[in-house]
Write a protein that binds this ligand. Sequence first.
Ligand SMILES: [Zn+2]
Length: 42
Amino acid sequence: MAKCPKCGAEVTTPIKEWDARPNLHVRLYEHCSKKFREYGKK
Ligand SMILES: [Zn+2]
């Protein structure tokens, strides 16, 4: 889950997610026609 940087809404469903590195998981969200990423360890 990530927060939209524009309106502050919580976005639960990523439009895309992938492993950038074995220890780094990236989730891409979209809201208010803005895309933002959230990084996390698995
Ligand atoms: Zn938004």
